[in-house]
Design a protein around this ligand. Structure first.
Ligand SMILES: *Cc1c(COP(=O)(O)O)cnc(C)c1O
Ligand code: SF4
Length: 335
């Protein structure tokens, strides 16, 4: 036996948990105690965008409640099959902003790398549900075109690893990428946009903390939680470990009908995040992606909710309400 050869290398616990995620609508309905009347629609909608949800996240859902705010984010519904006016496949203009495959350079000083199309959870409202990741994979040539692009523009000071979920890649590959980014002198910050510490907290392991802690770059992680119930004690522990490793923790949420379109729910989320060492960063207006229209909260209602939050929370616990606009130089504040 050759030590360290792939056949004998142990599969990390998070990868086994990822592989055991629920992908069958019937299994999800049984796990949350819902009846077969939900099944035909779930199966139909799952054909458009497959169901995927880690078991640990299912365990945080209320049994027998079709309106559970965590379940709503992942359960395929009949409404997804409706075609809605004004909703499209590339609502934020990502495809036209691609500088080289997998590199989105829309904003000054920051580039976003879509390092993988894979996610641990499939969020039904996701604007990436129609994204052609096979054409946008910077890893196809071992990152070299993406890294050449970043190296050749010294106005770039921050690289954002995104996707999909960048933490669905192995730590071996991420450590390699981080090390190569480290060598680009004009970079100062490395940011990771990920939902994994929330939906699969096992992902925050020694290997991850190892490469995050080894880089000279300042590190930030923007996690993605939409409701306080997503943050249980296992998530708190994972976030605390990241914090101890010196990672700045921020959260972005999407404002979603039936999930968090309520001032009390948003305040509880901010409070819970702060307890977990995370500051609320953005609250996004839903991107108008086909199949997600039933999640929409209009801007009038959104600003009304924000006014309420600003009245009741300290400034640092109120996220910034923003929308993404194709061609804009940054996220657009909604007031
Ligand atoms: C959201 C986004 C960023 C990051 O924007 P910040 O306002 O810095 O958080 C960068 N690039 C792209 C393409 C984005 O969509
Ligand atoms: S984790 Fe993020 S990228 Fe993946 S499906 Fe959910 S919202 Fe989309």
């Amino acid at each position: 036996m050759i030590p360290g050869s792939p056949a004998f290398r142990q599969v990390p616990a998070w990868q086994s948990a990822l592989a055991r995620a629920i992908t069958d609508p019937a299994e999800l309905l049984a796990a949350v105690g819902l009846g077969a009347e939900w099944l035909p629609a779930a199966q139909a909608a799952a054909r458009l965008f497959p169901l995927r949800v880690p078991r640990g996240l299912v365990a945080r859902m209320r049994h027998g409640d079709p309106h559970d705010p965590l379940l709503r984010q992942v359960l395929p519904l009949a409404e997804e099959c409706l075609v809605a006016d004004g909703f499209g496949d590339d609502p934020v203009g990502d495809l036209s902003a691609m500088a080289v495959p997998g590199v989105l350079h829309k904003y000054r000083g920051r580039v976003l790398l879509t390092v993988t199309g894979a996610c641990a959870v499939h969020c039904r409202y996701c604007f990436r549900r129609h994204f052609p990741y096979t054409d946008a994979n910077p890893a196809a040539d071992h990152w070299s075109r993406a890294l050449d692009y970043v190296s050749s523009d010294d106005s770039i000071t921050e690289v954002i690893l995104s996707g999909g979920d960048p933490l669905s890649l192995s730590d071996r590959r991420l450590a390699d990428l981080a090390q190569r980014l480290d060598g680009i002198a004009h970079l100062r910050r490395l940011r990771v946009h990920t939902r994994l510490p929330i939906v699969l907290p096992e992902r925050v392991n020694d290997e991850l903390l190892g490469w995050l802690g080894a880089t000279r770059l300042k590190t930030a992680m923007v996690v993605h939680a939409n409701h306080a119930n997503e943050i249980d004690s296992s998530v708190m522990t994972a976030l605390a470990r990241l914090k101890t490793a010196g990672v700045e923790l921020l959260n972005q949420s999407v404002l979603l009908r039936g999930v968090n379109d309520d001032a009390g729910v948003l305040m509880a989320l901010s409070e819970k995040l702060f307890q977990a060492g995370v500051l609320p960063y953005y609250l996004h207006i839903l991107d108008k992606v086909q199949g997600a229209a039933h999640f929409e909260v209009n801007e009038f209602e959104a600003t009304r909710l924000m006014t309420e939050l600003n009245r009741q929370l300290p400034g640092y616990l109120a996220p910034r309400l923003v929308r993404e606009e194709a061609g804009a130089p940054g996220k657009v504040p909604v007031t």
